[in-house]
Design a protein around this ligand. Structure first.
Ligand code: GLP
Length: 240
Protein backbone atom coordinates (compact mmCIF):
# COMPACT_ATOMS: atom_id res chain seq x y z
CA UNK A 1 0.00 0.00 0.00
CA UNK A 2 1.37 3.39 -0.97
CA UNK A 3 0.82 6.11 1.59
CA UNK A 4 0.62 9.78 0.66
CA UNK A 5 0.39 12.28 3.49
CA UNK A 6 -0.95 15.69 2.57
CA UNK A 7 -1.39 18.82 4.62
CA UNK A 8 -5.15 19.06 4.87
CA UNK A 9 -8.56 18.24 3.41
CA UNK A 10 -8.12 20.55 0.42
CA UNK A 11 -4.80 18.97 -0.52
CA UNK A 12 -6.29 15.48 -0.15
CA UNK A 13 -9.20 16.48 -2.41
CA UNK A 14 -6.83 17.96 -5.02
CA UNK A 15 -4.67 14.86 -5.05
CA UNK A 16 -7.68 12.56 -5.44
CA UNK A 17 -9.32 14.73 -8.12
CA UNK A 18 -5.99 14.69 -9.98
CA UNK A 19 -5.93 10.89 -10.00
CA UNK A 20 -9.55 10.65 -11.17
CA UNK A 21 -8.95 13.28 -13.88
CA UNK A 22 -5.84 11.46 -15.10
CA UNK A 23 -7.68 8.14 -15.24
CA UNK A 24 -10.48 9.70 -17.27
CA UNK A 25 -8.12 11.41 -19.72
CA UNK A 26 -5.99 8.32 -20.25
CA UNK A 27 -8.85 6.03 -21.29
CA UNK A 28 -11.46 5.97 -24.04
CA UNK A 29 -14.12 4.42 -21.81
CA UNK A 30 -13.08 4.87 -18.20
CA UNK A 31 -14.95 3.13 -15.42
CA UNK A 32 -14.74 4.86 -12.05
CA UNK A 33 -15.92 3.48 -8.71
CA UNK A 34 -17.36 6.22 -6.54
CA UNK A 35 -17.83 6.70 -2.82
CA UNK A 36 -20.15 8.90 -0.77
CA UNK A 37 -19.92 10.44 2.69
CA UNK A 38 -18.33 13.70 3.71
CA UNK A 39 -14.80 12.75 2.66
CA UNK A 40 -15.04 12.87 -1.18
CA UNK A 41 -17.19 16.04 -1.41
CA UNK A 42 -14.15 18.28 -1.97
CA UNK A 43 -12.87 15.93 -4.67
CA UNK A 44 -16.22 16.11 -6.47
CA UNK A 45 -16.20 19.92 -6.26
CA UNK A 46 -12.79 20.01 -7.92
CA UNK A 47 -13.87 17.60 -10.66
CA UNK A 48 -16.90 19.80 -11.38
CA UNK A 49 -14.58 22.79 -11.52
CA UNK A 50 -12.32 20.99 -14.02
CA UNK A 51 -15.36 20.15 -16.14
CA UNK A 52 -16.58 23.78 -16.08
CA UNK A 53 -13.13 24.97 -17.08
CA UNK A 54 -13.32 22.68 -20.12
CA UNK A 55 -10.45 20.54 -18.86
CA UNK A 56 -12.41 17.33 -18.37
CA UNK A 57 -15.38 15.59 -19.92
CA UNK A 58 -17.44 12.79 -18.39
CA UNK A 59 -19.20 11.93 -21.65
CA UNK A 60 -17.56 8.51 -21.95
CA UNK A 61 -17.21 7.78 -18.23
CA UNK A 62 -19.16 5.01 -16.56
CA UNK A 63 -19.51 5.10 -12.77
CA UNK A 64 -20.37 2.54 -10.13
CA UNK A 65 -21.24 3.58 -6.60
CA UNK A 66 -20.28 1.43 -3.67
CA UNK A 67 -23.53 1.41 -1.81
CA UNK A 68 -27.05 2.67 -1.12
CA UNK A 69 -29.30 2.71 1.93
CA UNK A 70 -32.20 0.27 1.86
CA UNK A 71 -35.59 1.93 1.95
CA UNK A 72 -34.61 5.36 0.65
CA UNK A 73 -36.14 6.43 -2.67
CA UNK A 74 -33.57 7.80 -5.15
CA UNK A 75 -35.08 11.27 -4.66
CA UNK A 76 -34.83 11.06 -0.85
CA UNK A 77 -32.67 13.90 0.48
CA UNK A 78 -30.28 11.49 2.16
CA UNK A 79 -30.08 8.75 -0.45
CA UNK A 80 -26.76 8.18 -2.16
CA UNK A 81 -28.53 8.55 -5.52
CA UNK A 82 -29.42 12.09 -4.52
CA UNK A 83 -25.95 12.72 -3.06
CA UNK A 84 -24.37 11.82 -6.40
CA UNK A 85 -26.76 14.09 -8.30
CA UNK A 86 -26.03 16.97 -5.95
CA UNK A 87 -22.28 16.61 -5.80
CA UNK A 88 -21.37 15.43 -9.30
CA UNK A 89 -23.80 14.05 -11.86
CA UNK A 90 -26.09 17.07 -12.32
CA UNK A 91 -23.10 19.38 -12.79
CA UNK A 92 -21.21 17.47 -15.49
CA UNK A 93 -21.86 15.95 -18.91
CA UNK A 94 -22.18 12.33 -17.80
CA UNK A 95 -25.15 10.59 -19.48
CA UNK A 96 -27.50 9.34 -16.71
CA UNK A 97 -27.55 5.83 -18.19
CA UNK A 98 -23.81 5.58 -17.59
CA UNK A 99 -24.15 5.99 -13.82
CA UNK A 100 -24.88 2.94 -11.70
CA UNK A 101 -25.91 2.62 -8.06
CA UNK A 102 -27.60 -0.23 -6.21
CA UNK A 103 -31.37 0.21 -5.96
CA UNK A 104 -32.24 0.53 -2.28
CA UNK A 105 -35.98 0.16 -2.90
CA UNK A 106 -35.84 -2.94 -5.12
CA UNK A 107 -38.65 -5.39 -4.28
CA UNK A 108 -36.29 -8.32 -4.41
CA UNK A 109 -33.08 -7.22 -2.77
CA UNK A 110 -31.27 -10.46 -3.38
CA UNK A 111 -31.95 -10.20 -7.09
CA UNK A 112 -30.87 -6.58 -7.04
CA UNK A 113 -27.53 -7.59 -5.52
CA UNK A 114 -27.08 -10.18 -8.24
CA UNK A 115 -28.02 -7.66 -10.96
CA UNK A 116 -25.50 -5.13 -9.65
CA UNK A 117 -22.71 -7.66 -9.34
CA UNK A 118 -23.34 -8.87 -12.89
CA UNK A 119 -23.29 -5.32 -14.21
CA UNK A 120 -20.04 -4.66 -12.39
CA UNK A 121 -18.52 -7.69 -14.05
CA UNK A 122 -19.88 -6.79 -17.47
CA UNK A 123 -19.01 -3.09 -17.60
CA UNK A 124 -16.34 -3.01 -14.92
CA UNK A 125 -14.27 -3.63 -13.07
CA UNK A 126 -13.52 0.01 -12.25
CA UNK A 127 -10.20 1.29 -13.55
CA UNK A 128 -10.09 3.36 -10.38
CA UNK A 129 -12.11 2.86 -7.20
CA UNK A 130 -12.39 5.72 -4.70
CA UNK A 131 -12.98 4.66 -1.10
CA UNK A 132 -13.53 6.38 2.21
CA UNK A 133 -13.06 4.61 5.50
CA UNK A 134 -15.52 4.28 8.36
CA UNK A 135 -14.32 5.06 11.86
CA UNK A 136 -14.79 1.34 12.53
CA UNK A 137 -12.74 0.38 9.46
CA UNK A 138 -15.63 -0.28 7.09
CA UNK A 139 -15.21 0.19 3.35
CA UNK A 140 -18.37 0.71 1.35
CA UNK A 141 -20.73 -0.63 4.00
CA UNK A 142 -18.72 -3.78 4.68
CA UNK A 143 -18.95 -3.72 8.44
CA UNK A 144 -16.59 -5.35 10.96
CA UNK A 145 -17.13 -9.09 11.06
CA UNK A 146 -18.67 -9.26 7.60
CA UNK A 147 -17.67 -11.87 5.06
CA UNK A 148 -14.64 -10.48 3.26
CA UNK A 149 -15.13 -12.89 0.38
CA UNK A 150 -18.48 -11.52 -0.76
CA UNK A 151 -19.87 -9.75 -3.79
CA UNK A 152 -22.66 -7.15 -3.63
CA UNK A 153 -24.91 -7.96 -0.67
CA UNK A 154 -27.34 -6.65 1.91
CA UNK A 155 -25.88 -5.59 5.24
CA UNK A 156 -27.24 -4.60 8.60
CA UNK A 157 -25.48 -1.39 9.54
CA UNK A 158 -23.35 -1.48 12.69
CA UNK A 159 -24.65 0.63 15.57
CA UNK A 160 -21.42 2.65 15.37
CA UNK A 161 -21.98 3.38 11.66
CA UNK A 162 -25.57 4.51 12.22
CA UNK A 163 -24.33 6.74 15.02
CA UNK A 164 -21.50 8.16 12.87
CA UNK A 165 -23.88 8.82 9.96
CA UNK A 166 -26.63 10.30 12.17
CA UNK A 167 -24.97 13.68 11.57
CA UNK A 168 -26.30 13.55 8.00
CA UNK A 169 -29.87 12.79 9.12
CA UNK A 170 -32.37 14.56 11.38
CA UNK A 171 -31.85 12.03 14.13
CA UNK A 172 -30.43 8.58 14.78
CA UNK A 173 -33.89 7.01 14.30
CA UNK A 174 -33.95 8.32 10.72
CA UNK A 175 -30.75 6.49 9.75
CA UNK A 176 -31.68 3.34 7.81
CA UNK A 177 -30.82 0.06 9.46
CA UNK A 178 -29.69 -1.75 6.29
CA UNK A 179 -27.86 -1.06 3.05
CA UNK A 180 -26.75 -2.73 -0.17
CA UNK A 181 -23.02 -2.62 -0.62
CA UNK A 182 -20.45 -3.86 -3.07
CA UNK A 183 -18.61 -6.60 -1.22
CA UNK A 184 -14.93 -6.59 -0.40
CA UNK A 185 -14.41 -9.12 -3.17
CA UNK A 186 -16.11 -6.82 -5.69
CA UNK A 187 -14.04 -3.86 -4.48
CA UNK A 188 -10.78 -5.80 -4.76
CA UNK A 189 -11.46 -6.49 -8.44
CA UNK A 190 -10.87 -2.80 -9.25
CA UNK A 191 -7.63 -2.15 -11.08
CA UNK A 192 -6.54 0.65 -8.77
CA UNK A 193 -7.90 1.71 -5.38
CA UNK A 194 -7.55 5.11 -3.74
CA UNK A 195 -8.53 5.32 -0.08
CA UNK A 196 -9.16 8.77 1.36
CA UNK A 197 -8.96 9.71 5.03
CA UNK A 198 -9.25 13.17 6.51
CA UNK A 199 -9.49 14.58 10.01
CA UNK A 200 -8.75 13.33 13.49
CA UNK A 201 -11.95 11.27 13.57
CA UNK A 202 -10.22 8.89 11.16
CA UNK A 203 -6.86 8.77 12.92
CA UNK A 204 -7.57 5.60 14.89
CA UNK A 205 -8.79 3.80 11.75
CA UNK A 206 -5.70 4.92 9.80
CA UNK A 207 -3.41 3.80 12.61
CA UNK A 208 -5.08 0.38 12.70
CA UNK A 209 -4.97 0.09 8.92
CA UNK A 210 -1.25 0.80 8.81
CA UNK A 211 -0.57 -1.99 11.30
CA UNK A 212 -1.15 -4.16 8.26
CA UNK A 213 -2.76 -7.10 10.07
CA UNK A 214 -5.48 -8.96 8.16
CA UNK A 215 -8.47 -8.72 10.49
CA UNK A 216 -12.12 -9.47 9.59
CA UNK A 217 -13.10 -7.10 12.40
CA UNK A 218 -11.37 -4.34 10.45
CA UNK A 219 -12.55 -4.72 6.81
CA UNK A 220 -10.18 -2.09 5.36
CA UNK A 221 -7.29 -4.44 6.22
CA UNK A 222 -8.42 -6.59 3.26
CA UNK A 223 -6.96 -3.89 1.00
CA UNK A 224 -3.54 -5.41 1.63
CA UNK A 225 -4.61 -8.23 -0.69
CA UNK A 226 -4.65 -5.75 -3.58
CA UNK A 227 -1.45 -4.83 -5.43
CA UNK A 228 -2.34 -1.23 -6.26
CA UNK A 229 -3.77 0.74 -3.34
CA UNK A 230 -2.90 4.31 -2.42
CA UNK A 231 -3.96 5.78 0.90
CA UNK A 232 -4.20 9.57 0.81
CA UNK A 233 -4.40 10.81 4.38
CA UNK A 234 -4.22 14.36 5.63
CA UNK A 235 -2.02 15.25 8.60
CA UNK A 236 -4.90 15.12 11.08
CA UNK A 237 -5.85 11.61 9.99
CA UNK A 238 -2.25 10.50 10.05
CA UNK A 239 -0.68 12.17 13.08
CA UNK A 240 -3.53 12.76 15.56
C1 GLP B 1 -20.20 5.84 4.88
C2 GLP B 1 -20.08 5.16 3.49
C3 GLP B 1 -18.67 4.87 3.16
C4 GLP B 1 -17.83 6.05 3.60
C5 GLP B 1 -17.77 6.08 5.11
C6 GLP B 1 -17.11 7.31 5.68
O1 GLP B 1 -21.12 5.30 5.70
N1 GLP B 1 -20.86 4.01 3.27
O2 GLP B 1 -18.53 4.60 1.78
O3 GLP B 1 -16.55 5.94 3.12
O4 GLP B 1 -19.03 5.82 5.66
O5 GLP B 1 -17.95 8.43 5.64
P1 GLP B 1 -17.45 9.91 5.85
O6 GLP B 1 -16.62 10.26 4.68
O7 GLP B 1 -18.71 10.74 5.93
O8 GLP B 1 -16.67 9.92 7.12
Amino acid sequence: MDVVIVKNYIEMSKYAAGLVGECIKERDQPVIGLATGGTPIGMYQLLVRQYRAGLLSFKHVRTFNLDEYIGLEPAHAKSYHRYMQEHLFSHVDIPPDQTFLPDGIAHNLRMECRRYEKLLKKIGPPDLQILGIGENGHIGFNEPGSDLDSGTHVVRLAASTRKANARYFQSLENVPTHAITMGVKSILRSKKIVLLASGDRKAEAVRRLLEGNPDPDFPASALYQHPNVTLIADEKAFYS
